[in-house]
Design a protein around this ligand. Structure first.
Ligand SMILES: [Zn+2]
Length: 429
């Protein structure tokens, strides 16, 4: 049963106001880790937290940034130039671009190269799944590089290109990149059909240009803490990443960010017994080095055990049902299981409020929640996996369903409140 206070708390949360935080975040511009927009967004969060009277803590770290100033694919004989997006961490092409014949290699697996000579050529690879099975491109690019290809083009199954990653898609940070890499771009399904037509006619030649850099950059994870009255040194964390794959990133992850800010605003002025920490991370894109740095800092400080639970708000403003990710799969580590008791706490609140939240398995890795779990901190992750606009320039605020943000904020705020005041909180992950 909801208490009077819980009903009042729910009443303070507004879906449309949550969207205004998303608009502000998007307004900071490009915010890949280390960019000016990333810094501006961090400053915005700090100012909000301070304005609300929360204690703020910054934890700085360094990691790889990425920016590309130019990416284009040209078929000179056809007089065609295609919109192209390199995956983050794609190396640049040599001066003057990569030139070569186009060779179609299907899904780009080992056996797809049988009988093909791709030496010095640009390989064209097609997404073969319904979803994003070729998101982690590192191993595919490494395979093409070992066969002697000079560059790679990936055809997305949707009418626009999207931003992938040239990381290997492994869970362990030390396995982040493959040794061999070549320049890669993504093109839309519509442009892909034109490219396939040119290949079908025979002798298609292309020129690919990627101008990019991958500097070492500094950034910070920003916390706003609502101090607990009885166990102030124990924290329940609710976190959302502010960076994106490509601007504007309204759903990924403006949706989680706006929801976190709305929860924070609703809880300001209350007195939980445990502390509630609102954590705005960055460098989630890729294999979450940002939150990994946060956890490392807490280990160094000797305060990691003070974290009693972590709730990851990441990407649920567009798509079907809101899900809790039960299981996350990486190729190089055992399946990562999210914390059952924590999922149950959230589901009980959702039931009481009359909301419908499902469960799912993520077959292409785990977001930030995985870093908490592998370090012994109970954790959960809310996600909607079916956003067509994912990592494209069409991930705009107008696509977001403010009601989904409201539902997640209602459930999370009340679940956090109960856990913050509970005498007996489990320790197991
Ligand atoms: Zn995300």
């Amino acid at each position: 049963m909801l208490s009077t206070f819980e009903q009042e708390l729910r009443g303070r949360i507004h879906g449309r106001r949550a969207l205004t935080y998303v608009e502000d975040l998007v307004g900071a511009g490009d915010r890949f880790v280390g960019s000016d927009g990333d810094r501006e967004a961090a400053e915005y969060v700090r100012a909000k937290f301070r304005g609300w009277g929360l204690e703020t803590v910054d934890r700085e770290f360094t990691t790889f940034g990425y920016r590309h100033t130019r990416a284009e694919l040209v078929l000179p004989a056809e007089n065609r130039r295609f919109e192209a997006i390199p995956p983050y961490f794609s190396p640049p092409t040599p001066e003057g671009g990569a030139r070569g014949g186009l060779v179609f290699v299907g899904g780009g697996e080992e056996q797809d190269y049988d009988g093909l000579d791709v030496e010095g050529k640009i390989v064209v690879l097609q997404e073969v799944g319904l979803g994003y099975s070729r998101f982690w491109l590192g191993t595919f690019a490494a395979l093409a590089a070992r066969r002697g290809a000079s560059a790679m083009v990936v055809i997305h199954p949707l009418p626009w290109p999207y931003r992938m990653s040239l990381e290997a898609g492994n869970g362990r940070l030390e396995h982040r990149f493959c040794a061999e890499q070549i320049p890669v771009v993504c093109v839309s399904a519509i442009d892909g059909a034109q490219i396939m037509h040119a290949i079908g006619r025979g002798g298609a030649q292309a020129q690919l240009t990627v101008e990019s850099e991958m500097p070492e950059v500094g950034s910070s994870n920003v916390s706003g803490i609502l101090r607990g009255s009885e166990w102030p040194d124990e924290q329940l964390i609710v976190h959302a990443h502010r960076d994106h794959g490509i601007h504007p990133g309204a759903n990924d992850n403006g949706s989680g960010f706006g929801t976190m800010m709305e929860i924070a605003a609703a809880l300001v002025g209350t007195q939980p017994r445990r502390s509630i920490e609102f954590l705005c991370t960055t460098a989630e894109e890729g294999v979450t080095p940002g939150v990994a740095a946060y956890i490392e800092a807490r280990k160094q400080e000797g305060t990691l055990e003070q974290i009693r639970a972590a709730v990851d708000l990441d990407m649920f403003g567009v798509g079907g049902k809101v899900k809790l990710v039960e299981l996350g799969l990486w190729p190089d580590v055992d399946p990562i299981r999210h914390t059952e008791w924590l999922m149950r706490r959230v589901e009980i609140v959702a039931d009481e409020l009359g909301y419908d939240i499902g469960r799912m398995t993520s077959s292409w890795g785990v977001a930030e929640s995985g870093r908490f779990l592998e370090n012994g901190v109970p954790a959960i992750w809310y996600w909607k996996p079916d956003d067509f606009y994912y990592h494209s320039i069409h991930d705009t605020v107008d696509k977001l369903d403010g009601n989904a943000l409201k539902a997640v904020a209602d459930v999370t705020a009340i679940a956090l409140w109960r856990m913050a005041n509970d005498d007996d909180l489990p320790r197991e992950t």
